[in-house]
Write a protein that binds this ligand. Sequence first.
Ligand code: PGA
Length: 259
Amino acid sequence: MAEIVIVPNKTAAGELVADEIAKLIARRPDAVLGLATGSTPLPVYEALRPRLEGVDLSQVRGFALDEYVGIDPAHPESYRSVITREVVDPLGLDPARIRVPDGSLEGIEHHGEDYEAAIAEAGGVDLQILGIGTDGHIGFNEPGSSFASRTRVKTLTQQTREDNARFFDSIDDVPMHCITQGLGTILEARHLVLLAFGEGKAEAVAGAVEGPVTASLPGSAIQLHPHVTVVVDEAAASRLAHADYYRYTYANKPAWQGL
Ligand code: PGA
């Protein structure tokens, strides 16, 4: 099963995951990072900054999970812009080595397979950062997504559009469609690190970790992966039936194991 780490706050979560990423890059200077957008991963990117100062990042590659379809890439809330602003610029990554799915309408029917080919060419993702939606999505794989799905166009749920309306002037400005790595794509990353904070995520986290494996809760796909770390604060852990066991296990974990 996934390893569940319950931390006091977002800062502690960010530090824990950033340590792991920094170790990965030290071990493998051409590491392939799976990048996520949204508010959840921000503490990780913040904690990475001091850890990567002075480190040669010229070979690091990255693939974002998803993008809105039809959004101008220069729009401040396109995931291309978000990844540039939150990750590429502050960390000093090479923009040419960081890919975001192409959400432009022209040729959209081929952008999924092109993205899959690029991930394969890079040798696959070493560590994939994941958030989880209140409806249980990972990437933009909304409920009902096939566990075998690859990068493709999806329709966002009304819930997701409402959740993301905070980034736009109004909900009407939130795109209706997205292009997202599939659950099958995500499951091929070598290490999945799912983060969640706050009471609003508690139900989705409990479903993903302890519920049945079901396409109705796409986050539950993580139960099929051999190496998953779930990092949650107390509020996001509040619906976990076995929280005490997870605390006990983590407290007694051999130091050599890492995450
Ligand atoms: P959030 O989104 O990090 O902004 O809460 C998570 C997600 O939708 O995957």
